[in-house]
Design a protein around this ligand. Structure first.
Ligand code: NAD
Length: 475
């Protein structure tokens, strides 16, 4: 029911024979799902050579023809969504319904880029001298090296693959070794849709070894990374050495501000469901809840009720609404957040412990009465732990929300259009959801500021991330 794990280089699927490998673990059971081959140094060199050759071919393919192939890949992904969703749930843990939504959204993302790739317009700027044509053109950047993490095995790779391919770039993607199956299945869709050999290559290995091999290569012109801030800084440094373009989608610690004028229970219903999606292992997950005093108690009660109602279990079981954490590192991290909060006077409203003795389950947790300098209020939780604290005034909450070095996502709830506009302006964040959590769609830019990174994926910005601007003055 899982998938056969292979590398994909220059149009060939390569298995583990003669290569190092590692086991992929099902986080619901702790058992191995299969063995993942690692690319050798020679494999990585082959991938670089193939991508260079692939770029020349793909760049010369018209945007119209590229779009046809991309749309076919989206159709294949939709046709195969049930199998791919099950593969993802087994390796990553999320409930099947979430996996399915992820795979179907991934198909929508491919369609968006297929269409947008045909609109990479340039412009003509009036010349100063008679007869001079000043042309601004968009060209594909070249070979891309992309690196994706374990929380969205299909969706994060697809943003990079579809964006790069629509722009006319070739790429080598190193997807997560912990959740490789989603990306293997995704790459199969592109290959079966007719993406030529060498244009898209998939490798796995020891992350630092692969990135340090690929990024300094003269063949690579752009990197795109999604993952933690420390790794992002390291990879951005490697890219800077070769003056290479980079997109960095890093961590966040998203504040949620609920103003007194908004029904606190309605806010709790919306934001609690969003908080526990993928067990909180989402970079835009709401993670610090500031509720204005009047509605505070009602918000806490309703949010806690929601958390208590979640059904922990294997994501493949129908009644499961909260799967396990993706790996044992997250379990240790959750325990450390809870212990620190308790030591600082935090009150556990629900949860707070591991669940069961198999797999990596952690209870949905709500903590109140934590100080702003506690670990849970200052470090990205990336798990099912929600701290809720009260606030008094607009200026105070803005100061507290902006006090960290993160700037990925933020949320606010208010019925006042004046407050909505003011909070949207005041929050230091790449994305702000006001009375809405819909901040990640194929058509809109997705990206952070401050230490959460730079560059956008999605929207027209997501295509431009893979384009160079060229100016031609023709006399
Ligand atoms: P980590 O810092 O070890 O790794 C983060 C990701 O980067 C992983 O996918 C890993 O394979 C990759 N990576 C690590 N070193 C690399 C290297 N030298 N070259 C290329 N890739 C490399 O942390 P982790 O334990 O996997 O996750 C913990 C933290 O990472 C979370 O708390 C969260 O802050 C962050 N994270 C963010 C996202 C996101 O969507 N932005 C996704 C996953 C993890």
């Amino acid at each position: 029911m899982y998938t056969e794990l292979k590398l994909y280089i220059d149009g060939q699927w390569l298995d583990g024979k003669g290569r190092k490998s590692e086991d992929v673990i099902n986080p619901a059971t702790g058992k191995s799902l299969g063995s993942l081959p690692h690319a050798s140094a020679a494999d990585l060199d082959n991938a670089l050579g193939a991508a260079e050759k692939g770029f020349a071919l793909w760049k010369a393919t018209s945007a119209y023809d590229r779009a046809k192939i991309l749309r076919k890949a989206a159709d294949l992904l939709r046709e195969r969504h049930d199998h791919i969703s099950k593969v993802q749930t087994q390796e990553q843990g999320k409930a099947y319904a979430e996996s399915r939504a992820e795979v179907l959204t991934s198909a929508d993302i491919i369609d968006w880029y297929a269409e947008e790739g045909r609109r990479s317009y340039g412009r003509i700027v009036p010349g100063r001298a008679k007869g001079v044509r000043q042309m601004v053109l968009q060209e594909p950047v070249g070979v891309v090296a992309a690196f994706t993490p374990w929380n969205f095995p299909t969706l994060t790779p697809v943003r990079k693959i579809a964006g790069a391919l629509a722009a006319g770039c070739s790429l080598i993607i190193k997807a997560s070794e912990e959740t490789p199956g989603g990306c293997v299945e995704l790459v199969k869709c592109f290959a079966d849709a007719g993406v030529p050999a060498g244009v898209l290559n998939l490798v796995f290995g020891v992350p630092a070894t692969v990135s340090e091999h690929l990024i300094p290569s003269d063949i690579v012109r752009k990197i795109s990374f999604t993952g933690s801030i420390p790794v992002g800084k390291h990879l951005a440094g490697l890219a800077a050495k070769g003056m290479k373009r980079a997109t960095m989608e890093l961590g966040g610690h998203s504040p949620v501000v609920v103003f007194d004028d908004f029904d606190p229970e309605k806010a709790a219903d919306t934001i609690a469901a969003f908080k526990y999606r993928n067990a909180g292992q989402v970079c835009i997950s709401p993670t610090r809840f500031y509720v204005q005093e009047k509605g505070y108690n009602k918000f806490v009660a309703r949010f806690t009720e929601f958390a208590k109602g979640l059904k922990l279990g294997d994501g493949l079981e129908k009644e499961t609404t909260l799967g396990p954490l993706a790996n044992p590192r997250r379990l240790d991290a959750m325990e450390s957040f809870v212990n620190d909060a308790k030591a600082r006077g935090g009150k556990i409203q629900t949860g707070g412990s591991r669940h069961g003795n198999q797999g990596f389950f952690f209870e949905p947790t709500v903590i109140t009465d934590v100080p702003d300098d506690s670990k849970i209020m200052t470090e990205e939780p990336f798990g099912p732990v929600a701290p809720i604290v009260p606030f008094k005034t607009f200026d105070e909450v803005v100061q507290r929300a902006n006090s960290l070095e993160f700037g990925l996502a933020a949320y606010a709830f208010t019925t006042s259009s004046t407050t909505a506009a003011a909070i949207g302006d005041a929050i230091q964040s790449g994305m702000v959801g006001v009375n809405s959590v819909a901040i990640s769609t194929p058509e809109t830019p997705f990206g952070g500021i401050k230490e959460s990174g730079y560059g956008s994926e999605g929207g027209i910005e997501g295509l431009q991330a893979y384009m160079n601007t060229k100016f031609i003055s023709q006399g």
